[in-house]
Design a protein around this ligand. Structure first.
Ligand code: FPP
Ligand code: MG
Ligand code: MG
Length: 323
């Protein structure tokens, strides 16, 4: 883990940059009054992996030297956008818990949570404006993909559409898009060569999809995510484990249970228990490993350096993480 593990000049440098990102994030979430500041800082202060800012910092190592303020701004833009989307997501998913803390909607209600998400997105917008119109254009396209992904998830597959293909498109748009943009921003801010920037963007798209697939498995398998387990099941959102269920009688029976009302805790717990013991979990994990391997392959043409090693390590993390 670059952020907490090895020493050396490289790791120390990344850690220093991450500290600057933290400080700038706190500052960016300040509103015009105490309530807005408290609400906007709430999910940022609750923690998070800072996966996207880390990707910005690592991707920037593939270009030339970058002034701290531009590098940090690029990292802060993607994290603010992510956090903004979480405020909205928790309203849509009726989630009470986020990063181990009460979600904003459960503390202050849906209306405030939506508006605070908008506020954080406005902060991301003003910071990205300072980076240049090329960054604004990428940010705007990414925002559109986030929204399209979320809308597609809400609407579900069209009649006759393959549910698995629909799910994978949702994952690409609602999650991989911003992770690809994180890698792209790092490359852009450091003026990396065009081919390098393209490879990093493709890498971000692939590892981003793997990241969401693992997140969706963990929604089923873990009691330790800082979120309520089984939220996707309860909300009727199909994900890789449930989409892999087949036509065998016991699979059909489980699918019927999943399609039913899971607002009752005991029923949800029963479905969770059965899914956890089902071979679809291992098959879903195999798919994450496969996608992480594709992501690794996209890094191979890049210069062999410590940043590339750290990106390889991120691939391992996506496969092995359990919470
Ligand atoms: C989390 O998915 C949600 C997303 C990755 C994207 C949500 C996008 C929007 C709400 C639209 C964009 C809005 C703004 C203001 C940028 P999940 O519910 O599967 O993950 P979870 O388990 O962490 O809740
Ligand atoms: Mg959610
Ligand atoms: Mg959601």
């Amino acid at each position: 883990d670059v952020a907490t593990g090895a020493g050396g000049e490289f790791a120390d440098g990344v850690r220093r940059e991450l500290r600057l990102v933290e400080a700038r994030l706190q500052d960016a979430a300040k509103g015009h009054d105490r309530l807005v500041t408290e609400m906007a800082g709430h999910i940022i202060a609750a923690g998070g992996k800072r996966f996207r800012p880390m990707l910005v910092l690592l991707a920037a190592r593939f270009g030339g030297p970058v002034p701290d303020d531009r590098l940090v701004d690029a990292a802060v833009v993607v994290e603010l956008t992510h956090v903004a989307s979480l405020y909205h997501d928790d309203v849509m998913d009726e989630a009470d818990l986020r990063r181990g803390a009460p979600s904003a909607n459960s503390r202050w209600g849906n209306l405030q949570a939506i508006l605070v998400g908008d506020f954080l997105f406005s902060r991301a917008s003003s910071i990205v404006a300072g980076l240049g119109t090329d960054f604004v254009a990428v940010q705007a396209d990414t925002f559109a993909r986030l929204v399209h992904g979320q809308i597609a998830e809400t609407v579900g597959p069209a009649r006759g559409e393959d549910p698995l293909a629909h799910y994978l498109q949702v994952v690409a748009d609602k999650t991989a898009s911003l992770i690809a943009t994180s890698a792209r921003f790092g490359a852009m801010v450091a003026g990396a060569p065009v081919a390098t920037a393209a490879a990093l963007t493709d890498f971000g798209e692939e590892i981003g999809a793997a990241f969401q697939l693992s997140d969706d498995i963990i929604d089923v398998t873990s009691d330790d995510t800082g979120k309520a387990p089984g939220t996707d099941l309860r909300e009727g959102v199909p994900t890789l484990p449930t989409l892999l269920l087949g036509e065998a009688p016991e699979d059909r029976q489980l699918r019927d249970l999943i399609a039913g009302d899971l607002s009752d805790q005991a029923r949800l717990a029963e479905v969770l228990g059965r899914l956890r013991a089902h071979p679809v979990i291992d098959r879903a994990r195999d798919e994450v490993a496969r996608r992480a391997e594709v992501a690794r392959g996209l890094l191979r043409p890049l210069p062999d350096c410590e940043a590339r090693e750290a990106l390889f390590a991120m691939c391992d993390q996506v496969v092995t993480r359990t919470s």
